[in-house]
Design a protein around this ligand. Structure first.
Ligand code: GLN
Length: 499
């Protein structure tokens, strides 16, 4: 059951083969068994979770179930959930219980989904390894010595280890896709503005976007149906007609379902810095796409090479502003002893934030300061536009862009912890889409030395349905997405195989 698709889980529930309470308990038992080692969840509340499952069973019995009713999900701890500890991975919010629900949480609740708990993450979503969390690192289920990626590392490990049916994540520069690549599952960052940011703790508001982290493209499509939609409480939420993201999936049958599809291959994504084994897996996946009828086109995204420096000006600038609210007064950590108001602010922030968050606040404050604004912040905004323009040009030549998601497979815990720039390079292939506001996806495409490798798909604005079709077509003819790690014998050189 733990490896079943959302569709199958839903059928099991509506046919009364299993109740939501029983299904939820199965996942809770797995969490009890493996979470003490993996550390994917940082808040569990069995009473709340089982109450939701009971309510779902009532709904199923009276015939008002929706596709996700009764299915247990994990929620990244960046989403406020009423009555739940909501920490964003920080000591600053370690004692914060959210008094209201994020829009995403409301959408899952309205769909009748069950919340299994809140997942670990890099502090304020800043990181690529989950090592900046105040609640400790998360283990990669494929190899416990390695990181799951970040910042959505807890959700990633929970999905890969089947400690939930699926999970939510957020992606400011790659935090859904890079962990999807490192843990071997399917993750989608939607077009900016499709999923409301209301109640989602802000990191860099012009880049932050929530999305699904799941076993397959089909599962992601079902979650997109629930997560997207206009919300007037987020001024950047887009007022568009509701879409059914599953609508094209059933057409992905037959010998060449992708005939006519043009796949753009950006030369910058296959250059120096890409691990040779990762490159081979990605090329093999692209060869599989050719068999499915797609043609490939060589393209160029010349300014994408500037995305890391641009991001590390803009994201810290926005973060320094967003994080100014944590002052020890309204909520969050307050220093126990201080001399006066200013001292209280300084001590509370010094104690409440970790090193990476402080680094970002310092960079952000610097690039926004009067003497440097034009040289750094304004310049970065101009290059952001050039990066977006590159994609506009590229999508005249192709329908979807493919390349690696991350430059390497999962690295060892501690390996990059003291080298911020090496850590920042993990997102070298993902950040450009955030800067342009475009959708991006990572799907499992194979293994290198027993560790998962992701293939990245990038689409034009609002082209999620087509991207999901393209991912689904591949998942119809390959089984990388069905392989799961053996948690009782991690660090296996090769995947154990299907369960
Ligand atoms: N790794 C990037 C960072 O540290 C992106 C994080 C994210 O997408 N939230 O900022």
């Amino acid at each position: 059951m733990i490896n079943s698709s959302l569709k199958n889980l839903s059928q099991m529930l509506t046919k009364k083969e299993i109740s939501s309470v029983e299904m939820t308990q199965t996942f809770l038992d797995r969490i009890n068994k493996y979470n003490p080692t993996i550390n994917a969840y940082i808040a569990l509340d069995t009473n709340k979770t089982l109450a939701q499952a009971k309510a779902a069973d009532v709904r199923i019995a009276n015939g008002t179930a929706e596709p996700l009713t009764g299915i247990p999900f994990a929620q990244k701890d960046i989403f406020c959930a009423k009555g739940w500890q909501t920490t964003c991975g920080s000591k600053m919010l370690a004692n914060f219980v959210a008094p209201y629900d994020a829009h995403v949480i409301t959408q899952f609740d309205n769909a009748g989904a069950v919340n299994l708990g809140k997942t670990n993450m890099d502090e304020f979503a800043m990181g690529s390894s989950n090592e900046t969390s105040y609640f400790g690192g998360v283990k990669n289920p494929w190899d416990f010595d390695r990181v799951p990626g970040g910042s959505s590392g807890g959700s990633a490990a929970a999905v890969a280890a089947r400690l939930c049916a699926a999970a939510t994540g957020t992606d400011t520069g790659g935090s859904i896709r890079q962990p999807a690549s490192l843990c071997g599952f399917t993750g989608l960052k939607p077009t900016y503005g499709l999923v409301s940011r209301y109640g989602m703790i802000a990191f860099a508001s012009s880049l932050d976007q929530a999305g699904p982290m799941a076993k397959s493209a089909e599962d992601c499509a079902l979650m997109m149906n629930v997560m997207t939609g206009f919300d007037e409480r987020d001024s950047t939420s887009l007022n568009r007609p509701k879409e059914d993201y599953t609508r094209g999936l059933s057409n992905m049958q037959g010998a060449q379902p992708l005939k006519g599809l043009r796949i753009g291959l950006p030369k910058e994504y296959f250059a120096d810095g890409l691990d040779a084994n990762v490159a081979k897996v990605v090329q093999d996946a692209i060869a599989e796409y050719r068999k499915l009828g797609a043609e490939t086109v060589d393209i160029s995204l010349p300014n994408s090479q500037l995305s890391i420096p641009v991001y590390y000006v803009l994201a810290p600038a926005e973060a320094s502003s967003n994080l100014s609210r944590y002052d020890g007064v309204r909520y969050g950590h307050r220093a126990a002893e201080y001399d006066d108001l200013m001292d209280m602010y300084m001590k509370s922030r010094a104690e409440g934030f970790g090193a990476e968050v402080k680094r970002r606040i310092l960079i952000g404050t610097y690039v926004l300061s009067a003497g440097y604004y034009d040289a750094y912040y304004l310049k970065a905004q101009q290059i952001r536009r050039l990066i977006a323009d590159d994609f506009t040009q590229a999508f005249k030549q192709c329908d979807v862009i493919m390349g690696p998601t991350a430059p390497s497979t999962a690295f060892k815990a501690g390996e990059k912890a003291d080298d911020p720039v090496a850590m920042y390079l993990q997102d070298v292939y993902t950040i450009a889409t955030n800067l342009a506001g475009l959708p991006g996806m990572s799907i499992p495409a194979g293994f290198s030395n027993g560790l998962p490798v992701g293939l990245q798909l990038m689409g034009n604005y609002f082209d999620e349905a087509r991207m999901l079709d393209v991912a689904h077509a591949y998942q119809q003819v390959t089984d990388w997405h069905t392989l799961i790690p053996n948690l009782d014998k991690p660090n296996l050189v090769l995947p154990e195989g299907k369960v």
